[in-house]
Design a protein around this ligand. Structure first.
Ligand code: NAP
Ligand code: HSE
Length: 430
């Protein structure tokens, strides 16, 4: 690569503007560290009339080929999002030998094998640190520092928008819709925020993290996910009274050599390290018998924060050789996906029932028939109805699923029972 490295960028929104600003403000440091002077080249957008702080207006284009077919572009940064046409464009760039840095988790969680194959074919590099947990260098740590650490579990808060919403609802009593609007205004949310609140964004990130941590291919289709959009304020409040904090968690584990990855709301004991992660911050807790526990914490969303990871990937490309360890870290070890229900968990169960004699006994008997054991019970009468809240002992999830089917069939059960994972053994202290 020559002394002057020209960057072409696909997208000039929240993250793209952050990238342009950081490159402009740190050009001197970058040149001293890498020996290369970076110049921002064409920036592709949809609407050329919009103001874009940090981006030179003369570099704005609406013609994709001004970036993709431009022989002067050495590295392409993709901060445009979406799966199509992004996939086709990045495959074209990588095959032709242009290295790519992307923040696009949805694309990677679906098409990483195709993109990596295109990079191999073209002798180019594909880097994607910003696709997971924004500013936290979790991918570099897993790929480089912990490559041989035999990671057994990855648990984390990997979506900034939902953590911001849950924090604001708990701390300042803000309504869900208002907190979501604030997260959008602050640039945390995806273009379609249902990706965030529905758990799809976290599922994509967990597919990427578990692929790297377990050296296997996990696609977003392998990751069942439930978001916070199905969570009710009442349950967040009751959980808080019981000493838990509600979080949207990504949980990936090796179970007898098989891989289990999922995303769901969970109650975290108040003194657990993940309970203290607030606002748009993210945290990833890595466990292995070799390194025991490592937790990485930091900003999980935001234009400048994400841009910092994008720029660090550009620096890695400038300072490393094509075809280095990157492809190898994603070698497919061919692990199977674990069967649903094969894991153990404690649960929070909330059931709204008719307040009649014997109802609690019937609910308890349904649970015990399935081998589910109760740790804590809270009962509140509300006129003719009663609300039963239980913390269920840790045990096989398949038993709880079986009990839920029987509970739904009880005539005294009024609404759909609410079931939420509890981290640990069900105690409010970790
Ligand atoms: P954004 O503000 O919506 O920016 C997207 C940019 O791409 C806009 O400039 C848009 O043009 C352009 N664009 C989109 N589709 C296009 C198309 N078909 N042709 C040409 N230009 C197109 O999004 P963002 O927040 O910067 O996010 C960008 C990427 O980073 C996404 O993959 C996102 O998941 C990822 N990411 C975001 C964050 C965050 O905190 N925001 C964190 C980590 C990763 P116009 O401006 O003209 O509409
Ligand atoms: N929408 C994402 C989030 C951006 O809120 O975490 C970071 O990937």
């Amino acid at each position: 690569m020559s002394d002057i490295v020209r960057i072409g960028m696909l997208g000039g929104g929240t993250v793209g503007q952050g990238v342009a600003r950081i490159i402009r403000d740190t050009a001197h440091t970058i040149e001293r560290a890498t020996g290369h002077r970076i110049e921002m080249g064409p920036v592709l957008v949809r609407d050329a009339s919009l103001g874009r702080p940090g981006i030179d207006p003369s570099s704005i284009t609406t013609d994709p080929q001004a970036v993709l077919g431009n022989p002067d572009v050495d590295i392409i940064i993709e901060v445009m999002g979406g799966v199509d046409p992004t996939r086709e464009w990045l495959v074209q760039a990588l095959r032709s030998g242009t290295s790519v840095v992307t923040a696009n988790k949805q694309l990677l969680a679906r098409h990483a094998p195709e993109l990596l194959a295109a990079a191999e074919e073209g002798g180019s590099e594909l880097r994607f640190e910003a696709s997971v947990c924004a500013a936290i260098p979790v991918i570099k740590v897993l790929r480089e520092s912990l490559l041989a650490a035999e990671i057994e579990s990855v648990m984390g808060i990997v979506n900034g928008t939902t953590n911001y919403i849950l924090t604001e609802m708990r701390k300042s009593g803000m309504a869900y819709a208002e907190a979501l609007t604030q997260a959008q205004d602050l640039g945390y949310a995806e273009a379609d925020p249902t990706e965030d609140v529905g758990g799809g964004d976290a599922a994509a990130k967990m597919a990427i993290l578990s692929s790297i941590a377990f050296h296997t291919r996990v696609s977003i289709d392998d990751v069942p996910h439930v978001g916070i959009d199905q969570l009710q304020g009442d349950d967040v409040d009751i959980a808080h009274e019981l000493g838990f904090v509600t979080k949207l968690l990504g949980v990936a584990r090796l179970v007898d050599g098989a891989v289990s990855v999922r995303v769901h709301p969970a109650l975290v004991p108040g003194d657990h390290p993940l309970a203290a992660i607030n606002g748009a911050d993210n945290a990833v807790l890595l466990e292995s018998s070799i390194v025991r526990q490592i937790m990485l914490v930091g900003p999980g969303a935001g234009g400048t924060e994400t841009a910092s990871a994008v720029v660090s990937d550009v620096l890695s490309i400038l300072g490393s050789n094509p075809g280095s360890f990157l492809g190898g870290a994603l070698v497919d070890a061919g692990r199977p996906m674990a069967q649903d229900g094969s894991l153990d968990s404690a649960f929070y169960l909330r059931i709204d029932v008719a307040d009649k004699p014997g109802v609690l006994a019937r609910v308890s008997s349904v649970l015990s028939d399935s081998g589910v054991s109760i740790l804590t019970v809270l009962q509140r009468g509300e006129g003719e109805a009663a609300r039963l809240v239980m913390i269920l002992h840790r045990g096989p999830e398949s038993r709880v699923t079986e009990a839920m089917a029987a509970l739904r069939a009880l005539p005294e059960v009024r609404d759909e029972p609410v079931l939420i994972h509890v981290v640990g053994d069900g105690q409010a202290s970790a």
